[in-house]
Design a protein around this ligand. Sequence first.
Ligand code: DX5
Ligand code: ZN
Length: 212
Amino acid sequence: MICSPSFLSCNFNKLESEIKSVSISKWLHFDVMDGKFVNNSTYDYNMVKLLKHISNQFFDVHLMIEKPERIYDKYIIAGADLITFHYEATKQPKALIRAIKSKGVKVGLSIKPGTDITAIESLLPKLDLVLVMSVVPGKGGQKFIENSLDKIKYLEDKRTVNGYNYLIEVDGGINFETAKQVKNAGCDVIVAGSFIFNSNEREQLIVRLENV
Ligand code: DX5
Ligand code: ZN
């Protein structure tokens, strides 16, 4: 699997060295929160712009914001490689998928733990990635929600049967144990935040997570 570190729980007072401490991973996960779609707010496209100067990782941008269609293009200009928005946050998921792809970046769709996976079935053929939230979005350090495993299996099954191309990404509550579980269910990309940033041996931990 690919590990995409979420630096949400890093020490922002020494951001540059924190980002460099996880540069062994190919991907870097941005948790963008607007205080509306979720209670907390974090950072915006300026963070993407800023980190472009210190990282050449694949920028995996997770928009936890209302009406992402209003602002997604700013993230593309800032240097996002993949933009994932929430199915629950927009009335026009199909148009937004098309718009993001037309700008030459990858597009992902995410669903909250309470959303039925079959709700996005008709959108699957168009996606580069599906992000299964395995915690309620809004903060790091929560416990993995078990029913996420069924959603991953559903996505893996649909992909095999229909020949779809999306990656399956899982976000929230990842540690060695849950990483193994999601891998067995068919996951390709794991997002890990507190598990990595609470450790002093981050490189080793990322390698172990990718090879559970
Ligand atoms: C939750 C975020 C996640 C989360 C991951 O809203 O999308 O990326 O912070 O953090 P951990 O790994 O601590 O659950
Ligand atoms: Zn995330």
